[in-house]
Design a protein around this ligand. Structure first.
Ligand code: AVJ
Length: 313
């Protein structure tokens, strides 16, 4: 397994993020730190929750369109960003005439499990997992004949608009004309559907959210009282994104020795842990065009909840 993001680099990035986020006037932590081994497992559980429709919706589109994607792209190399366990990717691996598959993710445990499974299931396919942060390592995408970059699941929603523009431009910059980006985006819809998807009745999403505090406790020797925080999911109708937060139930003083920080939280104070932006066709087309892509196809599931875009460099 190729590691662009070794433990030292990760540790440095984690410290910088924690220092910046927890000393800001409105506290925040970036969502990428959810995904240690337990966080990646909890996310897999989320994808099976009755309230969490994005994974099922995207799978329905992939099932319906995999052959069309194969025909339109003739891709030989599939690069999957934020691959996780690559569960939906198998639909693409079955349909595309690939010679190699490059899953990239920040979680080595999820990658190793996925890569092993896929190598077993698809003999003859060269599988080259890369532990990387796709916001930083786009320059290291492998050369390929006929590359298709897949960024599925709606993970693009974790980016603020400016970061999204940077990301699309970055991907466009490494692709050759005629190569493709396959992008999954969750769509704007009623908060009656959106909010429960991020605040499920069984509490799995709450556990996932709180897991970031466990990661800080373990990796930075912090002393967050995890049960002292409540899970919050809300729809920001202006920004058109879901925000997840952790709300302190009572006043707290948290020590984070690895960064030499003592964090004070008032009762009710919140730490923003994730944004999950929701999209419309016009906006996606515009953002892709601004980065130099042509939107070739836009597919949704029958209920119109989620979209897959096929964009050509
Ligand atoms: C992995 C970023 C696509 O935003 O829906 C799920 C993460 N957070 N439930 C999403 C998530 C809470 C998920 N993405």
């Amino acid at each position: 397994m190729k590691v662009l993001l070794d433990n030292d680099v990760q540790e440095t990035a984690l410290r910088a993020d924690v220092l910046a986020g927890l000393t800001a006037p409105r506290k925040w932590l970036p969502p990428k730190w959810f995904y240690d081994a337990r966080g990646s497992e909890l996310f897999e559980q989320i994808t099976e929750l009755p309230e969490y429709y994005p994974t099922r919706s995207e799978r329905a589109i992939l099932t319906a369109r995999a052959d069309e994607i194969a025909r339109l792209t003739s891709a030989r190399t599939l690069i999957e960003l934020g691959a996780g366990y690559s569960t939906k990717t198998k639909l693409l691996l079955e349909a595309l005439p690939l010679t190699s598959f490059v899953p990239m993710d920040v979680s080595p445990s999820a990658l190793a499990a996925a890569a092993g499974q896929i190598a077993d299931d698809f003999p003859g396919l060269a599988v080259h997992p890369v532990v990387a942060d796709f916001t930083e390592h786009l320059g290291e995408l492998p050369e390929g004949p006929g590359r298709l970059v897949a960024f599925l699941g709606g993970t693009i929603g974790n980016f603020e608009p400016a970061d999204r523009a940077r990301f699309f431009t970055g991907v466009r910059g490494v692709l050759r004309p005629g190569e493709h980006l396959l992008l999954g985006t969750d769509l704007v819809k009623s908060p009656r559907v959106l909010v429960p998807a991020y605040d499920d009745a069984s509490g799995v999403t709450a556990e996932f959210n709180k897991n970031v505090l466990r990661v800080l406790n373990r990796r930075l020797d912090a002393d967050f009282d995890v049960d002292g925080f409540a899970h919050v999911a809300l729809w920001d109708a202006d920004a058109e994104w879901i925000e997840m937060r952790l709300r302190a139930r009572w006043p707290m003083r948290v020590t984070i020795p690895a960064v030499g920080l003592v964090v004070e939280l008032a009762a009710g104070e919140e730490i923003r842990t994730e944004i999950s932006a929701k999209f419309r066709r016009g906006g996606v087309g515009k953002e892709l065009a601004e980065a130099g892509f042509t939107l070739d196809r836009w597919w949704t599931d029958p209920a119109g909840r989620f979209a897959l875009s096929l964009a050509r460099a």
